[in-house]
Design a protein around this ligand. Structure first.
Ligand SMILES: [Zn+2]
Ligand SMILES: [Zn+2]
Length: 139
């Protein structure tokens, strides 16, 4: 996970200065999956996150934006570059289910809409993402 994050950051020329990991001594604690700050140049992951989460956060650092269409375009390109094809397709679908900004992009690429979130169980049963008050500290 750390090695993957570092590799992608280097390949993409991201000014990433810190990769933080944390875990909880007890399970089922409400927490964010991950967060990132392009001002402070870090990404932070809660325990048990995958490469899709790493790419999600790194896309925030690349575009310096929240969950905009620009961000979604960037993230789908990262999926294509750093995940095997089947996994990239799955990641695109989950992305389009979770973020409205990605839905038109998904439709344009695959020719059909991604399922609505309610039609399938949540992709991640881990933690809820928390909205941070701090400016430009994005999930
Ligand atoms: Zn946590
Ligand atoms: Zn995010």
């Amino acid at each position: 996970m750390v090695a993957f994050t570092r590799r992608v950051a280097e390949a993409e020329g991201i000014d990433l200065r810190e990769i933080r990991l944390h875990a909880h001594a007890r399970g089922s604690i409400a927490c964010y999956d991950a967060q990132a700050s392009w001002e402070d140049h870090f990404v932070e992951f809660c325990g048990g996150q995958n490469r899709e989460t790493a790419l999600h956060e790194l896309a925030h650092l690349i575009v310096e934006d929240y969950h905009s269409k620009t961000w979604a375009v960037c993230l789908m390109a990262l999926h294509r570059t750093y995940l095997p094809p089947a996994r990239a397709r799955r990641a695109d679908r989950v992305l389009a289910m979770e973020y409205r900004s990605a839905r038109p992009l998904y439709l344009a690429r695959y020719g059909h809409s991604a399922p609505k979130k309610s039609e399938e169980p949540p992709a991640r049963k881990c933690h809820r993402r928390k909205t941070s008050k701090k400016r430009r500290r994005v999930r």
